[in-house]
Design a protein around this ligand. Structure first.
Ligand code: MF3
Ligand code: CO
Length: 260
């Protein structure tokens, strides 16, 4: 342990990879089920069933994240359009044509966690939503490349923030990635917005495992909390996109664990 940041051995990273593989498989199935008329609760049910089939357990269900006072009551976070993150699945929340649906999911198996998120367009989406999605995905791709031993955490943050600027969109404040391994949320916090960077930087080292998760919005970096106590929305109600991978810092460079 160093500054509260866990370092994982090759064997442990293999275990995290197993959890991550299941996350990727389930997300793939969920993406295929995102269609007009489907509710976010339907997706929740599919996620629980597919996780059980694979001998894992949902990492978020009944988990109390460090940033909240109560345990999260679902396996999935499904955030549509102006919802940024932690969208609580609901039986009356119906997906429609043109929506931007982000699905965030994690599992635990054999004591190790994996976490990933994708944003799925429903049918034809408007060009602004398309640009937002492309920007967020590109930010994740570039940020992953920076996850090398010897690089600084601030370089990841700078990559994410400047990618948002390049595409004319906004990296949301206060929400971001995190260390992951034996627990879903470990040190360090990985901001998406450079304003959230603290004074002390972190040098990336072999054995660190981090979830990198850019969340961008079309019109603002500010968010508000929804009445359900979980769902986070953009302050101006503009759409938002979210992509996340769990990445290990290895001798060979960044290793994306949440890809099948
Ligand atoms: N991937 C989300 C995050 O890192 C997981 C949310 S956990 C929840 O913030 F329990 F709060 F939903
Ligand atoms: Co995460």
């Amino acid at each position: 342990m160093r500054k509260g940041i866990e370092l994982y051995s090759f064997k442990e990273i293999e275990k995290i990879r197993r959890a991550c593989g299941i996350v990727a498989e389930v997300l793939h199935i969920l993406a295929e089920n995102v269609k007009p008329g489907v509710t976010t609760w339907d997706l929740e049910m599919i996620a629980r069933e597919e996780t059980k089939k694979r001998g894992a357990r949902p990492a978020f269900l009944n988990y109390r994240p460090p940033f909240h006072r109560e345990p999260y009551p679902a396996a999935l976070c499904v955030s549509i359009n102006d919802e940024v993150v932690h969208g609580l699945p609901k039986k009356d929340k119906v997906i429609g044509e043109g929506d931007l649906v982000s699905i965030d999911f994690g599992v635990i198996i054999d004591g190790y966690a994996g976490d990933s998120a994708i944003t799925v367009p429903v049918g034809r989406i408007d060009p602004d939503k398309e640009r937002l999605m492309v920007a967020t995905k590109e930010a994740l791709r570039r940020a992953v490349e920076m996850a090398k031993a010897g690089n600084w955490l601030s370089e990841i943050v700078e990559t994410i923030h400047s990618t948002a600027e390049e595409f004319g969109v906004y990296p949301v404040l206060r929400y971001g990635g995190h260390g992951i391994g034996r627990k879903v949320h470990e040190e360090p916090f990985v901001p998406n917005n450079r304003k959230d960077l603290g004074k002390k930087d972190v040098k990336l080292r072999q054995g660190m495992v981090i979830a990198i998760e850019p969340m961008f919005a079309l019109g603002t970096e500010e968010t508000i909390q929804d009445g359900d106590g979980w769902t986070v929305r953009t302050k101006d109600r503009s759409p938002s996109a979210h992509f996340e991978h769990t990445v290990a810092v290895t001798k060979e460079g960044p290793l994306v664990l949440t890809e099948i």
